[in-house]
Design a protein around this ligand. Sequence first.
Ligand code: F6P
Length: 563
Amino acid sequence: MASVPSPIDAVQTPEWKALKEHHDRLEEEGISLKDWFAADPDRVNKLSFEAGDLHFDLSKNLITDETVKLLADLGRAVRVEERRDEMFSGVHINTTEDRAVLHTALRRPASEKGTLIVDGQDVVADVHEVLDRMYAFAEEVRSGAWKGVSGKRIEHVVSVGIGGSDLGPVMVYEALKPYADAGIDCRYISNIDPNDAAEKLSGLDPETTLVIIVSKTFTTLETLTNAREIKAWMLAALKDAGAIDGSAEQDAEAIEKHFVAVSTALDLVAEFGINPENAFGFWSWVGGRYSVDSAVGLSLIIAFGPERFQQFLEGFHAIDEYFCSTPLEENVVALMGLMNVWYVNFFGAASHAVLPYTQYLHRFPAYLQQLTMESNGKGVRWDGTAVTSTTGEIFWGEPGTNGQHAFYQLIHQGTQMIPADFIAFANTAHPAKDGDQDVHELFLGNFLAQTKALAFGKTADEVRAEGTPEEIVPARCFTGNRPTTSIFGSELTPFALGELIALYEHITFVEGTVWGIDSYDQWGVELGKQLAKQITPAFHDDEALAAQDASTQALIQFYRAHR
Ligand code: F6P
């Protein structure tokens, strides 16, 4: 196995210094998107890109031709291209877990079987073996051939998982709802808060419900607790309905018909009581937050069908191929990652907004939070040394136009720079008219207006010219020069959604590479998990209570007093 070269300290490279000088020069001269657009009629052309079937306009970012060149130089200096190739070929770039990072193999076509042998396994063949089994299973469920224990077809899928075993499937299910054509609705239970399961199970007919337990490790407290609860609910409800008699034999039959699992730990799945034939595996080289295109997406294949899932995978693959084959200066995927570094490390941006102009992407920012922040929220590099610069900005967002009436004020006039990605589509699943007005155009008009206002602002003279009283002129001015990227697609198809996810996966990779971070481990979630185990007994056990810190003790005393 090829070993991983130590991270290059980006901050010490001449390329970083050149960027710093360039940044200071721009600030000194005065950054003005208005002037830059006026001075260069070709700016939009030069900073527009096509990747897959998506169009990208980077022209409203605080970058010049020279910035692009210097960012690409920095990418080369820290070996973005070499590390990308190492990732795609199965080198164990996840050093702290000594694992390959091969989510990109999940979307390689079957024609590539035999071309990627990692740790002795034909990775693409393995992927397609599971895909074929999932497609066959999903077809059975969709067609009604798969029946519940009382002979009824499945109408509801409950997918139980958390983090990467939940956020991706929920987001995609919400995003592609117009493609749900089998009369099967999906619900997702993640939180260990029993209210989540109570609300999601409410009104469900157990006889027509299929439960998918999704857990990479099959040890996650939340998922296993929910799985046991739902198993108990299912068996009790089926018994109440007279579908089973409560005997061990009929319970086992009910579990066989109503429970399937997705995991890398198939032995634990069997221990839980799920027939291994009804289990779909994936591999340690798929990180949880990079797994929506693995068996973790089983609910999606049931909801949308194998053909749509295939198109979804093809969208990812189109961006993978683009990312691997396009020189850095022209590679919008790499440039978006490098631009994020530009804003975080040279302008001090602490957060990054993602603002979809389609209600269907309402869970996309939440999904991206795990993808980006669990990946790059780290202070140690992949060789164990401390990072040398700020890392890991906060990703957040909500769909437009809702966000416009909530937090955009801060993006327009606040004191912190918040780079924002606007995502929109020319076509909508549900066209509507308000009189003669096409409502989708009204919606898109808002997307364009926001990016324009952020870029070009409004001067005091322009405000005065509207007859504004002098004392409120300052409050009504907009500085402009607030960076945005516009991502425009034709329609939010499964293909386009696959493209968008792959885009942000690779943006995350590029940022992580510049910072020297292993973007594929997540040790930061472990301490809380350990402490929760240690603290929980203290609700009732005085000895365990006495072992806690003063603040935890006081909070538990409050709990005891109120229960
Ligand atoms: O929160 C930590 C984490 O390990 C995530 O990375 C992962 O997506 C989630 O828990 C769920 O893990 P599993 O799929 O093993 O249940």
